[in-house]
Design a protein around this ligand. Structure first.
Ligand SMILES: Nc1ncnc2c1ncn2[C@@H]1O[C@H](COP(=O)(O)OP(=O)(O)OP(=O)(O)O)[C@@H](O)[C@H]1O
Ligand SMILES: [Mg+2]
Length: 464
C-alpha cells in the first residue's frame, strides 16, 4: 500500500472515530436516499437503532418515524433550524454533500440540551420536572467571605475535579443549586449539558418517564416516536437531582440500577441505552433519618453521597448578609443606587438582627420588596427599618418566649382564656401586635377577645 493510501486510511478512521464519539447526532444519506451513517448520538436522540435504519430509504423512514420525519423535513439545506421534539428543543442542520457539481447526498447534524440551551437559558418548561438545562452560575457568582462559605467553595472546587457523585445538603434557599451549577461549570463536563430535575415536582409515574424516557406506544397517550428521558438528555454532562429525599421507593430502585449499570431502560422499552452522566443531588431533608425510617434506600444513599457538601444556613454566617444585600440591591436597582439610597455599612448591620430562616432566597425577597417600594426617607431609612421590623417581629416574639411557661387553673373555656390572655399580656414588652403574634391570632381576633373578656392591654406598640 502506498504512503498516501495509508494516510487516507488513517484519515477515514479518524473521521469515523469522531463521528462515533461526538455528542451531536449525525445521519448521512447517500445520493440514492439510503441511510449510510447513523452514529450513537443519533441513536440516543431518535431512539432508533443503527441496525434498523442502515441502508433504509430515508423517505420510507419518515413514514415510520416522526422524529426522522422532523429531522429530514423536505430534505433541503438548513443551518441551525430549531425544532421541538415534544418539549425538547433540537437544533438541526442539513448539509448537502456534493460531488463536483452534482448533489451526492445529505448529512443531517442535530443536537439537544446544553449546546442549544445555552442561548435559551431562561426558558423553563411548565408541567415538567426539569427546570433548567444549562448551568449559568460559576463559583465567581457565589457571594460571601465568611470562613464557612469559603470552605464550602474550596471543597466544591475540589469535587469539580472528580467524577464522583456529590450529595449537597442544606436548608431551603441556601444556594444548593448555585453550588451544583458552579461545580458543573468547573468540571471536565462543562461543555456538556447540565440537566436539573426536581424530584418533588411530579407524581411518580410522570417523573419516571421524564427521567428515563419512554418508547413509542409505552402507554395510552404516549407520544409517537417515544420520548427521550432526562438521563439521556444529560449524556456527556451532569444531571442534578434536586429534592432527592422526595423520590419514591420505586423510583429509588430504578435510579440505583441506572447508577450501577450506567444504562437507562426507557419505560416500555426493550433495550438499554448507555449513558455517561455525572450525578449531583441535593436535599434539605435529613436523608440519614429517612434511611433509618426505611423511607430512603441505604444503598442508593451511599451511591449518591460519595462526596458530601453541606451549605451552612445564612444565620450561621451573618457576616455575609451585608455583601449579599449589596449584591442583590445593585442587581435589582441598578448601578449607583446604593449611594442614591444612602446605604451604609452601619445600616446593613441591622440585617443581622434577623435570623433569615428562608436563607439567601428570603434575603433576596427582602431586597426585592425594598427596591419595589423605594426608600421614603434616605436619612432615617424609614422604609428599610419598617420592612426589617416586620421580619424581626415575626421572628422574635414567639422565639423570645419559647421555652417559657404559663400555669393556668383548670376551668371552663372562658375562664382559661382569660387566664391565658392576662398572663401573656404581662409577659410581653411590646403591644397587642406582639401578643397576637405569640398567640398566633390576628389583631382583630385578639382585640375582640380582650373586649369580650374585659382585659386591658396597654397600647405600647412598637414594630419589633
Ligand atoms: N452565596 C450566594 N451568592 C449569591 N447568590 C446566592 C448565594 N446563595 C444563594 N444565592 C441565590 O439565592 C437563591 C436561592 O439559591 P438556590 O436556589 O441555589 O437554593 P437552594 O438551596 O437550591 O434552595 P431550595 O432547597 O429551596 O431549592 C438563588 O437565586 C441563588 O442564586
Ligand atoms: Mg434548589
Amino acid at each position: 500500500m502506498s504512503v498516501s493510501g495509508t494516510r487516507e486510511n488513517f484519515f477515514f478512521r479518524s473521521l469515523e472515530t469522531a463521528i462515533e464519539t461526538v455528542n451531536d447526532g449525525i445521519i448521512a444519506v447517500n445520493e440514492k436516499g439510503l441511510v449510510t451513517a447513523f452514529n450513537p448520538a443519533a441513536e440516543r436522540i431518535t431512539g432508533l437503532r443503527h441496525s434498523e435504519v442502515r441502508g433504509v430509504n430515508i423517505e420510507e423512514l419518515c413514514g415510520s418515524s416522526a422524529v426522522i420525519k422532523a429531522l429530514y423535513g423536505n430534505g433541503t439545506a438548513v443551518r441551525g433550524q430549531m425544532l421541538n421534539f415534544g418539549d425538547t428543543p433540537v437544533g438541526v442542520s442539513r448539509i448537502p454533500v456534493r460531488a463536483g457539481k452534482k448533489e451526492a447526498g445529505l448529512v443531517i447534524v442535530f443536537q439537544t440540551a446544553g449546546k442549544i440551551r445555552k442561548s435559551d437559558a431562561k426558558k423553563t418548561k411548565q408541567g415538567s420536572a426539569c427546570h433548567g438545562l444549562v448551568a449559568k452560575f460559576r463559583f465567581s457568582d457565589i457571594i460571601g467571605k465568611s470562613a464557612m462559605i469559603e470552605e464550602a467553595v474550596r471543597e466544591c472546587r475540589k469535587y469539580a475535579r472528580s467524577e464522583a457523585a456529590v450529595l449537597i445538603t442544606g436548608e431551603s434557599g441556601t444556594g444548593k443549586e448555585l453550588f451544583a451549577q458552579s461545580l458543573h461549570n468547573e468540571s471536565a463536563r462543562r461543555d456538556g449539558p447540565f440537566v436539573a430535575v426536581n424530584c418533588a415536582a411530579l407524581p411518580e409515574n410522570l417523573l419516571e418517564s421524564e427521567l428515563f424516557g419512554y418508547e413509542e406506544g409505552a402507554f395510552t397517550g404516549a407520544r409517537r416516536g417515544g420520548k427521550q428521558g432526562l438521563f439521556t438528555l444529560a449524556h456527556g454532562g451532569t444531571i442534578f437531582l434536586d429534592e432527592i429525599g422526595d423520590l419514591s421507593l420505586g423510583l429509588q430502585a430504578r435510579l440505583l440500577r441506572v447508577l450501577q449499570e450506567k444504562e437507562v431502560m426507557p419505560v416500555g422499552g426493550q433495550r438499554l441505552i448507555p449513558v455517561d452522566v455525572r450525578v449531583l443531588s441535593a436535599t434539605n431533608r435529613n436523608i440519614g433519618a429517612l434511611v433509618d425510617e426505611g423511607k430512603f434506600r441505604a444503598d442508593l444513599y451511599y451511591r449518591l453521597n460519595v462526596l458530601n457538601l453541606h451549605i451552612p444556613p445564612l444565620r450561621a454566617r451573618l457576616e455575609d448578609v451585608p455583601a449579599l444585600f449589596r449584591y442583590f440591591f445593585e442587581r435589582l436597582a441598578g448601578p449607583g443606587k446604593l449611594e442614591a439610597f444612602n446605604i451604609t455599612e452601619n445600616l446593613l448591620e441591622n440585617l443581622k438582627k434577623y435570623m433569615w430562616p428562608g436563607n439567601i432566597r428570603e434575603l433576596e425577597g427582602f431586597v426585592e420588596r425594598y427596591v419595589a417600594l423605594g426608600e421614603e426617607n434616605i436619612k432615617t431609612h424609614a422604609t428599610f427599618h419598617n420592612l426589617l421590623g416586620k421580619l424581626v417581629g415575626y421572628d422574635t416574639p414567639a422565639k423570645r418566649h419559647s421555652g417559657e411557661h404559663i400555669i393556668i387553673e383548670l376551668g371552663n373555656m372562658m375562664d382559661m382564656e382569660r387566664q391565658i390572655l392576662a398572663q401573656v399580656s404581662g409577659m410581653i414588652t411590646g403591644g397587642k401586635g406582639e401578643m397576637a403574634r405569640i398567640l398566633g391570632v390576628s389583631r382583630t381576633t385578639l382585640w375582640k377577645k380582650l373586649k369580650e373578656l374585659d382585659i386591658h392591654v396597654p397600647d405600647k406598640e412598637n414594630t419589633g
